[in-house]
Each structure stands twice: as C-alpha cells, then as structure tokens.
Write a protein that binds this ligand. Structure first.
Ligand SMILES: NC(=O)c1ccc[n+]([C@@H]2O[C@H](COP(=O)([O-])OP(=O)(O)OC[C@H]3O[C@@H](n4cnc5c(N)ncnc54)[C@H](O)[C@@H]3O)[C@@H](O)[C@H]2O)c1
Length: 319
C-alpha cells in the first residue's frame, strides 16, 4: 500500500511516516517545510516540497503514485498567532484543505485521515469529552480545523469520500527517530525542558485557583506512538467503515504541577517556575473520552503514564 502523508516533515506526521515505513507501506510525503524539518522525513519516503492546496502538484502526485489513503497532518497550530492572523489560518488549514479534497476527487482518491484537535470543542460543558459533545471553537485555529471537518463530511455525503477524523488532545513524547521540536514552541513539556536546560528563564504556570486537585489546569497527554497506532488501525478499519470520527486521549489527565513534578523526578533537575494569572479561554479540565476509539478500533494507549511520556521525550533530548 502507498500513502500520501501531508505534513510528514512535522512532529506527528514524521512519526506516522516512520511507522508506516517500518510496517512495509510505501509513503510519499508532501510538506512545504514552513514549520517542518526535512530531517524528520524517513529516508525511505519520497519527499516532495510543496503546498497541500497546490492543485497542479497534487494532480501530478496522484497521477504518478497510486495512493490508497491521504493522511493530512498539515496544519498551522499556534492558537495565539491564529487570533492575530486569522487569514493565514483559514487559508492554510481550511481553504488549502478544500483544494486537496477537490484534487482527490479529480483523481479518484477517496480516503482521508485528518488530524483535528480538541480545540474544536472550545470550553466543553462536560468532561470526559465525547465525540458527540458540542463543537464550539473559541479561536481561529479551532474554527479552521472545525470548518474543514464540516467540509470533509459534506464531501462524504455528496461524493462518497471515506474519512476518519481524529481529534488529538496533547501529543507528546518521542520515538527513536523523532522528537517534538516545533518552531515557536507552545507545548508544555518541551517548554519545561527548555527551562530545565537554561534555554528559557522559567516556565510560567497560568492560574493556580482552578477547581482542580492542585489548582492548576488539567490536560490529557497522549504519547505520539499511541496516536500513530490509532492511525494505522484506522487505515484497516476504513476498508469496512467509511465515516469515522474519534477523540484520542488517555481518558485521564494530569495537572500542570503534576507534569512539572514528573519532569523534576525524571531529569533530576529543578524546574524554574513562575506563577501567573489565568489566561483567557483556558478551561480547567480538557480530557478526552477515547471509549469509541477503544471499542471500534481496538485501540488502547501503551504509554498512558505521564512518567513514560516524559522519559521518552527526555531521552530524545539527551541524544
Ligand atoms: N501537537 C499537538 O499536540 C496537536 C494537538 C491537536 C492537533 N494537532 C494537529 O496535528 C497536526 C500536526 O501537528 P504537529 O504538532 O505535528 O505540527 P508541526 O508544525 O510539527 O507539523 C505540521 C507540518 O505540516 C506542514 N504544513 C503545514 N501547512 C502546510 C501546507 N499548507 N502544505 C504543506 N505542508 C504544510 C508543516 O511544514 C509541518 O511540517 C496539525 O494539523 C495539528 O493541528 C496537533
């Protein structure tokens, strides 16, 4: 089987390429390298630099390669930037996505797996968050991903597109080949590592008066290998089930303080912390219900403990 992985030079897409190749599938990677890294791409993958909304390029790729499934990891992911530059986010995450769907239609490629996000839920009314929970994103990043989810569903109804939408909570951890290295990092674990290594003065904890066990926000952390194992299962599952959506998380969360404590335990180093006011729009608890993925895909996380996740991420830092 041959797949097109768009955004395969990024953190999550890069691991997907690695795992697909490990199991013997062929992979074509399309990435504009705006936020990705060429060295993230497995040497056995075919790499093409370009935009996912470039129709001519997509026509060429689809005519030269018999693609079974398109896996779309290509997104801009900075919530703060999306508020300042909504045009960039809607163009990249939504408009280019629609062009991709049209290129797929023109070329008879009918399966897509799309990386969506917990941000489509906004401030959820109840946790754990199920797939049926209200979608009410509160920033252009979440909206751009949600609009593309809606487009995928409409294309499925009208043109028989087969899809799996995954909504990730917090992807983290590393593999032997890849580690988390976003440009303008905004994710908690790599930011704490930067503080531990003296690359930033400290880590700011926003809000200590939430209604949680220790007053700090609780989030759901999923090891990158677990995220990708769900994608591999979905490729198979889509042979018999054509319209799927799953939330992917551990189903239990960790507070910011718990994550910091775990980093201190594993690195043996003190994390310099400053406590700050709450940030606007940060819900107290964001935890996924992954019951549906467990039941339908037979998926379950192999690395559910925060210590396992941090251990793998820290060993990648030391390599
Ligand atoms: N990292 C997380 O915790 C998380 C959580 C929820 C959802 N997601 C989603 O997962 C996906 C991957 O996230 P990531 O953490 O690997 O980010 P990343 O920035 O490391 O990877 C994204 C990759 O896509 C490429 N790209 C972006 N737009 C493109 C375009 N128009 N054409 C071609 N290439 C393009 C970038 O160059 C980069 O290599 C994103 O769509 C994101 O919304 C990530």
């Amino acid at each position: 089987m041959k797949h097109l992985v768009i955004g395969g030079a990024g953190y999550i897409g890069g691991v997907c390429v690695e795992k697909l190749i490990e199991r013997g599938d062929a992979v074509v990677v399309l990435d504009h390298l705006g936020t990705g890294h060429r060295e993230n791409v497995h040497p056995n993958a075919i790499f093409i630099q370009g935009e996912k909304g470039d129709s001519k390029l997509l026509d060429k790729i689809f005519s030269e390669h018999k693609i079974d499934t398109v896996l779309d990891f290509a997104g801009l992911i900075q919530v703060g930037e999306s508020v300042k530059k909504p045009s960039k986010y809607f163009q990249n995450n939504f408009c280019q996505g629609v062009s991709l769907l049209d290129s797929m239609r023109r070329n008879g490629v009918d399966k897509i797996i799309f990386s969506s996000t917990a941000a489509v839920f906004g401030n959820p009314k109840t946790v754990p968050i199920t797939e049926e929970a209200d979608k009410s994103p509160i920033n252009p990043y979440g909206e751009s991903k949600y609009f593309f989810e809606l487009a995928i569903k409409r294309y499925a109804e009208a043109y028989d597109l087969k899809y799996t939408i995954f909504r990730y909570f917090n992807a983290c951890g590393a593999t032997i080949m890849s580690k988390e290295q976003h440009i303008n990092e905004s994710h908690l674990i790599p930011l704490i590592f930067q503080a531990v290594k003296g690359e930033r003065a400290n880590i700011a904890v926003f809000g200590t008066d939430y209604e949680t066990t220790d007053g700090t926000c609780i989030r759901d952390y999923v090891h990158i290998e677990d995220l990708i194992s769900a994608h591999l299962a979905a490729i198979k599952y889509m042979e018999k089930s054509f319209r799927n959506e799953f939330n992917l998380g551990n189903g239990s969360g960790y507070s910011v303080k718990e994550v910091i404590n775990a980093v201190e335990k594993i690195t043996g180093k003190k994390v310099p912390v400053v406590f700050a006011d709450r940030r606007e729009g940060d819900p107290a608890r964001l935890i996924a219900s992954s019951e549906k993925a467990k039941k339908e895909l037979g998926w379950s996380p192999k690395y559910p403990k925060i210590e396992q996740i941090i251990e793998s991420a820290w060993s990648a830092e030391l390599r």
